[in-house]
Design a protein around this ligand. Structure first.
Ligand code: NAG
Ligand code: NAG
Ligand code: NAG
Length: 425
């Protein structure tokens, strides 16, 4: 750093140094895991088919407790949910937690934190209690996807699902949420760092820089690919083609309700299984509205994600078409009605509130570094006792729910403590 600005700069520099130091300490702690041993992909590592049947029979079938689909299909219990960042995936996670808990399914959870050593590529050895041949029902925490590794944990009949979002809105959201943890952005001046960045991304961006993947083709990165690839590189379409072979259903955040109806259909679940409250939404005043010019820049910058999104948007609507447009409309209406009913039963004030207004810490969502912009809920105090449990579960944010499911989160909590005490000004 140049000494030109002299004494005026010192507190800033000191702040930055402190930041770098603490980030590194946390980073070292994050990366240090004595149990993390790379296990090779031998055939015997894969989860045996016989186990799949066993697990399935062990489930108190949902069709017994709730009237299932008229077609008489069997509800799916083996599920891989590839949780992408900033795509409404926390709401899906809550649905999966509730279903898994209700039917006593076995989750493959990480150990000590809420993700599988993201952004390191996923290894099955990162799963708590993993041994070769061990079988799980549901994998759903954040990871950098690797199909071969994931396949070792799940029976062959597992249904693979994921969710995508318009890459421009995703980029805006990711920039807002993570830019303080990406050192590249610290030297961007001006009121609107996002626009400054988009005006000339290459001057700020370097693919090797710490946490830089949050700023470019984050979906591509999450799926395990090179996120700095050019949109017209032939590998882009090849990756997309390969993904479409692995995933049975790709949801689209912009059509969230339709997505859930397709999910219900694919998994042979009931309406009750997919009711939800939107979790982890951001207060609208913190969302930057991009002009068409800047939207175009963001699109170009995230060109690989854009191709990915367009491909799966098209397959999504083909599925809606096959399902039946009119049938879809009726089902979406029914889902809205059920959600509204639950809102009336569970929510104080009927809507999400700013974090400062959340009374019970149990319902306080994780906040980004240096600010409080993620909305949460207050539960009604006089909720009918027979709905208390379901209300609580629907309102519980990811971290707290993981804790309640027995996951140790000491690293996440340590990082949270740094975030809230040291970095909050
Ligand atoms: C089946 O359920 C029982 C009791 O819920 C449990 O102890 C057992 O481990 C389960 N079996 C499998 C294969 O998950
Ligand atoms: C897609 O899958 C095929 C077959 O497994 C593989 O040969 C190819 O390299 C993959 N594409 C990319 C871009 O990795
Ligand atoms: C997604 O597909 C729908 C239906 O075909 C279309 O109306 C919409 O414009 C598409 N979105 C994008 C971003 O391509």
């Amino acid at each position: 750093m140049s000494g030109k600005k002299g004494i005026k700069c010192t507190p800033v520099v000191r702040g930055l140094l402190l930041w770098v130091l603490l980030t590194n300490i946390v980073l070292v702690l994050y990366c240090f895991n004595p149990t993390q041993v790379k296990i090779r992909g031998h055939q015997e590592d894969t989860c045996p088919l016989s186990m799949a049947g066993l697990l399935k029979n062990n489930v108190t079938t949902p069709s017994q407790s709730t009237k299932s689909q008229s077609e008489g299909c069997t509800p799916a219990v083996n599920i891989m949910f590839m949780k992408t960042h900033k795509t409404a995936s926390s709401t899906i996670l809550n649905i999966l937690f509730r279903f898994g808990e209700k039917h006593k399914l076995k989750f493959a959870f990480p150990d000590g934190r809420n993700d599988f050593f993201y952004p390191s590529p996923f290894l099955c050895s990162q799963v708590k209690g993993y041994r070769p041949g061990e079988c799980f029902n549901i994998v759903c925490n954040h990871m950098r996807f690797d199909h071969q590794e994931v396949a070792k944990l799940l029976p062959p009949d597992a249904v693979y699902i994921t969710i995508l979002r318009d890459p421009v809105d995703l980029f805006e959201s990711s920039f807002h949420y993570y830019h303080k943890t990406v050192p590249l952005t610290w030297r961007i001046n001006g009121e609107n760092k996002l626009m400054e960045f988009l005006s000339n991304p290459r001057t700020f961006y370097s693919p090797e820089a710490y946490n830089s993947f949050y700023l470019k083709n984050l979906l591509f990165f999450d799926f395990g690919f090179d996120n700095d690839v050019k949109a017209d590189d032939p590998r882009v379409m090849s990756h997309i083609h390969n993904l479409s072979k692995h995933f049975d259903l790709v949801l689209i955040a912009e059509y969230f309700e339709e997505s859930l109806i397709l999910l219900k259909d694919k998994l042979c679940w009931t309406m009750e299984d997919i009711i939800y409250f939107k979790l982890n939404a951001r207060k609208s005043s913190s969302v930057s509205r991009l002009t068409p010019e800047f939207r175009a820049k963001a699109l170009e910058w995230n060109g690989a994600d854009w191709r990915l999104y367009q491909h799966f948007n098209a397959t999504f609507w083909a599925k809606v078409e096959a399902y039946g447009k009119e049938r879809m409309k009726q089902e979406v209406n029914e889902l809205r009605r059920r959600n509204a009913e639950m809102k009336a039963i569970c929510l104080e004030g009927g809507n999400a509130v700013e974090p400062q207004k959340i009374q019970n810490k149990r319902f306080m969502p994780w906040q980004p570094v240096g600010e409080s912009s993620i909305l949460g809920y207050n539960m009604k105090k006089d909720t009918d006792p027979k709905f208390r449990t379901i209300c609580e579960k629907m309102l519980t944010p990811e971290i707290q729910y993981l804790s309640e499911l027995g996951v140790s989160l000491w690293l996440t909590r340590l990082w949270g403590w740094f975030k809230d005490t040291v970095f909050t000004v």
